[in-house]
Design a protein around this ligand. Structure first.
Ligand code: PBG
Length: 321
């Protein structure tokens, strides 16, 4: 009879030895919690497709941020939902818009919480596309000008990190220059560098009221079939001065996270997006899977190479750790 010399089970025999040989860890330090800010007062409106996620007015956002801070989560990612939309998304750079008001309120209430802001136009335009339209297409260079205005407005309100998600060409360089010229040379840019055109954003578009009124985003977001294009986008944003890179979505793109990890020394963020969240929450609520699946999922994203994870699970995961 043959007995194996190599027995991997030796190192799995009990919880202590498993702990000793564990290769990847997740911690609350890794999490970034997304929040949707709307106008008005005392508003906390549930998003039907995202259990436990709400659009909140500034008062509720501050209460939520105090809780997030207490859980030890280091950062939130803010999305603004304006009540007024127009063709050029002008509310996006209103210094007294809901988002800008929220930034100021959070920064004065929470001393141990970073505020990252999503810079984009899809929530602010009446057509739901991520910039200014020309002949039914997003005009890249015209959009760069208003992206800079939006980023500056966030920085003036006190944003700690600017995160452009629009996918226009040249936006990182343009925003970097605008920030530098206006005294914000120390404000970092987290680039949504590798962002695919994905059906996993479905529930977010309900949350942010940002579904395109016609067509889709395939003329600016990346084709899910492309891997080499991820290198190109990442290199471009590094060259333009990005401080951190993001891959989005996360779960169907773990291979891309791995590749971008190998390509750059910059901190790498993965966005565990709305559709990924909703599928898991649905299965948990139906009793089909154990809730621990949340930590397993987040672990897989870190194992693939992400340093940080933007996730709607952040609060729950912080409590479970
Ligand atoms: C804005 C933006 C989107 C998401 C983040 N920023 C939607 C989109 O590109 O359509 C998606 C986030 C999520 O699904 O959780 N451009």
């Amino acid at each position: 009879m043959h007995f194996p010399k190599v027995r991997p089970r030796r190192l799995r025999a009990n919880p202590l030895i498993r702990r000793m040989v564990r290769e990847t860890a997740i911690s609350v330090d890794d999490f970034i919690y997304p929040l949707f800010v709307c106008e008005g007062e005392n508003i906390k409106k549930p998003i039907s497709s995202m259990s436990g996620v709400y659009q909140m007015s500034v008062d509720h956002i501050v209460a939520e941020c105090l809780e997030v801070e207490k859980l030890g989560i280091p950062a939130v990612l803010l999305f603004g939902i304006p009540s007024h939309k127009d063709a050029i998304g002008s509310e996006a750079y209103n210094d007294f818009g809901a988002l800008q008001n929220a930034i100021r309120a959070i920064k004065s209430a929470c001393k141990n919480l970073l505020v990252i802001t999503d810079v984009c136009f899809c929530e602010y335009t009446d057509h739901g596309h991520c910039g200014i339209l020309k002949d039914n297409d997003v005009d890249n260079d015209a959009t760069l000008d208003i992206l800079c205005k939006e980023a500056l407005s966030h920085a003036r309100a006190g944003a700690d990190i600017i995160a452009p998600s629009d996918m226009m060409d040249g936006r990182i360089g343009a925003i970097r220059k605008a920030l530098d010229e206006n005294g914000f040379q120390n404000t970092p840019i987290l680039s949504y560098a590798v962002k695919y055109a994905s059906y996993f954003y479905g529930p977010f578009r309900e949350a942010a009221e940002s579904a395109p009124a016609f067509g889709d985003r395939r003329a600016y977001q990346m084709d899910p079939a492309n891997r080499r294009e991820a290198y190109k986008e990442a290199r471009q944003d590094i060259a333009e001065g990005a401080d951190m890179l993001m891959v989005k979505p996360a779960l169907a793109y773990l291979d891309i996270i791995r590749d971008v990890r190998a390509l750059t020394d910059l901190p790498l963020v993965a966005y565990n997006v709305s559709g990924e969240y909703s599928m898991i929450m649905n299965a948990i609520e139906k009793g089909w899977v154990n809730k621990e699946i949340i930590l397993e999922t987040l672990l897989s994203i870190k194992r693939a190479g992400a340093d940080m994870i933007i996730t709607y699970h952040a609060k729950e995961a912080a409590k479970m750790l």
